[in-house]
Design a protein around this ligand. Structure first.
Ligand code: HEC
Length: 99
């Protein structure tokens, strides 16, 4: 019983630590999660549009509109809600800088 409790405490602590690591994450860290759909380095081979080189201004506006629900989307609204404005700006800047 004590062992189980200890194991659960360790798991819970690890989860809190990794969430804290993600909060306020750099643009490149966030982009890692985007690239699953938008392609390696934001070069898409599938249905999601490419993000590489996208002007940060346009990109940030698009993400905020998805988050606010003013731009219709299948999935992006839900994804954008997971980040604060600073993080959305950081990831947009990351993709703009990719050459
Ligand atoms: C599960 C797949 C998926 C993930 C993960 C994902 N996207 Fe998207 N993205 C899409 C799809 C699909 C669209 C088209 C709009 C829609 O239907 O949601 C899109 C559209 C966009 C657009 C609009 C592009 C344009 O030309 O206007 C931007 C910007 C964008 N995504 C950025 C991101 C960023 C930044 C992340 C990571 C935080 C991300 N996406 C994560 C699937 C994804």
């Amino acid at each position: 019983m004590k062992r189980k409790l200890l194991a659960l405490t360790v798991i819970a602590t690890t989860m809190v630590a990794s969430q804290a690591a993600l909060a306020g994450a750099d643009g490149d860290t966030i982009a890692y999660t985007c690239n699953g759909c938008h392609g390696t380095d934001g070069v898409s081979k599938g249905a999601a549009p490419s993000l590489k080189g996208m002007p940060a201004d346009y990109h940030t506006k698009a993400l905020k509109a998805f988050k606010a629900g003013s731009r219709p989307s299948t999935i992006m609204g839900r994804i954008a809600k997971g980040y604060d404005d600073k993080e959305l700006e950081a990831v947009a800047k990351y993709y703009e800088a990719l050459k």
